[in-house]
Design a protein around this ligand. Structure first.
Ligand code: ATP
Ligand code: MG
Length: 398
């Protein structure tokens, strides 16, 4: 079926922009709630997606679940497995109840064979698991090299766009975040989804880092179980599931990811530095450049002698946060640990810390406050408009 995406790809004659007809893109609800909102209200027919993440995080599981949801709606799926045997894929499908006659499996890595199969079957959705295993025989380089990955992904996308087929390209991302793989494909595809964090616990954070048909930076949270990935309907509750308010160094912040507010727990540990060199500054989940800046503000503007201490900051739940609205929670968790005094229960801190020791209001403040109240937090420390003085906030808490 023709869609707006397909038509817009095939215009070789220039036309006045005003003459271009806009057809509402056809969206399919997958029925996996978090995923549908990640897409911006359903999977757009004919779109090309890149699904990346560290090995073992759940890329194949999620794609198979999505395949089965669409197969149950009568759509034909072609699942190309370059990594696992047909038996392995079937065993996973059995485990997560994703068996369907509409899912056709193929264990193949030769691009020419894959293209032939797509042309012959003309499926609604093609899943290529993974792009690092696929190769074009004409190219000298080995599968997984930048040249192969780009060339194969390019040909597959072109074919998919030309035929109006939805395509999911799975790609491995290493800890360093790059290799000659997924990152080089981001410009080529419509939607980029990455699993964030590592697979040390059951929780999986999936982020839309690019979306031509919906909001970016939207998150979906899943829990990995033997039956597959289960949606976590209340992310704030999930991020706070281990929250212990009586511990020093713990502060709750409210962030915006995509269009949604979440509450997150920030933990800090400030301990006297043991070595002779520079004190340690380590963080997980926040921009690593932000921590030294916040510490400098505390030292220079508020007179804390932090150069005598190692400072560690973690955002719980494996989520990576760029939102400056978390600054205040980071700073308060550090001071709480330094003073060995917990922050009184029921406080949520929101605000960006400036270089002059002020705390500024951030975007979507109303939604953040609403989420904090919904989750049961009574006291919100945040400049609703303009700014507050950081030292004033600290002396108000302790
Ligand atoms: N029997 C099982 N019960 C519960 N969870 C399981 C079971 N088997 C696998 N898993 C979960 O599934 C995860 C692997 O998922 P999946 O194979 O979809 O990941 P992937 O990202 O495709 O990995 P790869 O990089 O190996 O292709 C494991 O880390 C584990 O958490
Ligand atoms: Mg896999």
């Amino acid at each position: 079926m023709a869609t707006s995406i397909r038509q817009s790809m095939s215009s070789s004659e220039p036309v006045p922009i005003t003459d271009v007809e806009i057809e509402e893109a056809e969206r399919v609800k997958t029925g996996i709630g978090g995923l549908d909102s990640l897409f911006g209200g359903g999977l757009v027919h004919g779109s090309v997606l890149l699904l990346g993440g560290e090995p073992g995080i759940g890329k194949s599981t999620l794609s198979l679940e999505l395949a089965s949801k669409l197969a149950n709606q009568g759509k034909k799926i072609l699942y190309v497995s370059g990594e696992e045997s047909l038996v392995q894929v079937k065993m996973r499908a059995e485990r997560i109840s994703a068996l369907s006659d509409n899912i056709l499996l193929m264990a193949e890595t030769n691009l020419d064979m894959i293209v032939n199969a797509i042309k012959k079957i003309d499926p609604y959705l093609v899943i290529v698991d993974s792009i690092q295993t696929v190769f074009l025989p004409e190219l000298q380089s080995s599968p997984g090299s930048v040249g192969q990955v780009r060339e194969c992904a390019g040909s597959l996308s072109f074919l998919a766009k030309d035929r109006g087929i939805t395509l999911i390209i799975i790609g491995h991302v290493t800890k360093e975040g790059t290799i000659g793989g997924p990152k080089t494909l981001e410009h080529l595809v419509d939607v980029v989804l990455y699993f964030e964090g590592q697979r040390f616990d059951d929780f999986r954070v999936l982020r839309a880092v690019k979306n031509r048909f919906g909001p970016t930076n939207e998150l979906a949270i899943f829990q990995m179980s033997s039956m597959g990935l289960l949606e976590v309907p209340n992310p704030s509750e999930f991020f706070l599931s281990q929250y212990s308010p009586d511990q020093p160094g713990v502060c709750i912040g409210a962030i915006i990811e995509g269009t949604r507010p979440f509450l997150v727990e920030v933990q800090a540990l400030v301990s006297p530095t043991s070595g002779f060199g520079a004190p340690l500054r380590r963080s997980q989940g926040i921009d690593p450049n932000r921590l030294p800046m916040l510490l400098a503000v505390l030292e220079k503007r508020l007179g804390y002698r932090l150069y005598e201490y190692d400072v560690f900051v973690n955002v719980m739940g494996g989520i990576k946060i760029k939102d400056p609205g978390l600054d205040l929670a980071v700073v308060l968790s550090i001071i709480s640990s330094l003073r060995s005094q917990p922050i009184p229960e029921g406080i949520v801190a929101i605000g960006e810390v400036g270089l002059i020791g002020d705390v500024r209001s951030v975007t979507m403040m109303e939604q953040r406050i609403k989420e904090a109240k919904r989750t049961g937090f009574k006291r919100i420390i945040a400049p609703e408009k303009g700014s507050l003085d950081l030292s004033g906030i600290i002396s108000e808490i302790w």
